[in-house]
Ligand binder design. Sequence first.
Ligand SMILES: NC(=O)c1ccc[n+]([C@@H]2O[C@H](COP(=O)([O-])OP(=O)(O)OC[C@H]3O[C@@H](n4cnc5c(N)ncnc54)[C@H](O)[C@@H]3O)[C@@H](O)[C@H]2O)c1
Length: 329
Amino acid sequence: MSTDAPLKIAVTGAAGQICYSLLFRIASGSLLGDRPIELRLLEITPALKALEGVVMELDDCAFGNLVNIEIGDDPRKVFDGVHAAMLVGAMPRKAGMERGDLLSANGAIFTAQGKALNDVAADDVKVLVTGNPANTNALIAMKNAPDIPASQFNALTRLDHNRAKSQLAAKLGVPVTEVSHMTIWGNHSATQYPDLFNAKVGGKNAAELVGDEAWIENDFIPTVAKRGAAIIAARGLSSAASAANATVEHMRDWILGTPEGDWVSMAVPSDGSYGVPEGLISSFPCIVKDGKYEIVQGLELGEFSRAKIDASVAELVDERNAVTELGLI
Ligand SMILES: NC(=O)c1ccc[n+]([C@@H]2O[C@H](COP(=O)([O-])OP(=O)(O)OC[C@H]3O[C@@H](n4cnc5c(N)ncnc54)[C@H](O)[C@@H]3O)[C@@H](O)[C@H]2O)c1
């Protein structure tokens, strides 16, 4: 990517609630500062009218770096030449829907989008999936885009990462800026494992500072893992602004690099690190340099952490088996 040409950024689900925050954050410079950008917004046909309204509001912000906006319902047109794709739109689980129905409804979306990205996106496209089930949707898109290197497909666990940092900071009564080296392992689901044994607060081991394994197991982990449900219970709607913030932060770090001396959680295709089967899109501690991520190696995992990671990875294996049986990958 050259640094002066406008960066073409595709966003799907653009008329939905996450995007009502996300698009304005991207356009106002939270993603790439004052770098010129072009937005390519994908929606399903019935939502295009609403999307026109969102575009009117983007126009009304007169963002200096937003040089063009295109909208449409055809991924092959919208994804043409894009360097970054944020796949937010997905089929929500409706009452009476079985897990298989959800996987196949989303499978149809992410097979089509994977194929379109394969055919028309820029060679260096970075694809970040936020729409749930995010890890498996990313796997489906990746498998349907054989010409794009697998390493260019990620799924979002940054919201979980940020939730974990915030809960830890509150517990210890420190500013969130003191918290570093947080890791979410596994799936973006209730089985995810937020790891305090490798996290640091003010440079010291977080689990030792907390000094209360019962709190870690019975409060911290469930609070982080079930935060999405708590927000729905309180707000009547799922998390949107915080999901948009996390989507911006993940993509920004992937393009511009992670902060020196820290890592972030990214769900990336496993290379077999930490015993996670190769090819599964699972969350790991990652650093990014020159637009390429690396999984941080050599972290110690005790028995407790190992069991938690194995349980979350087992769920990812089940999801992969289910979409394989459905013929989606
Ligand atoms: N990974 C995370 O941390 C995280 C956090 C919060 C929400 N989510 C997920 O993000 C997704 C979006 O959430 P939301 O609150 O914005 O939902 P929403 O229902 O408000 O919006 C989703 C939008 O996607 C659109 N859409 C559906 N199919 C599409 C397709 N094939 N192409 C383009 N657009 C399509 C819909 O028309 C809708 O406008 C959901 O799957 C949600 O579960 C993930």
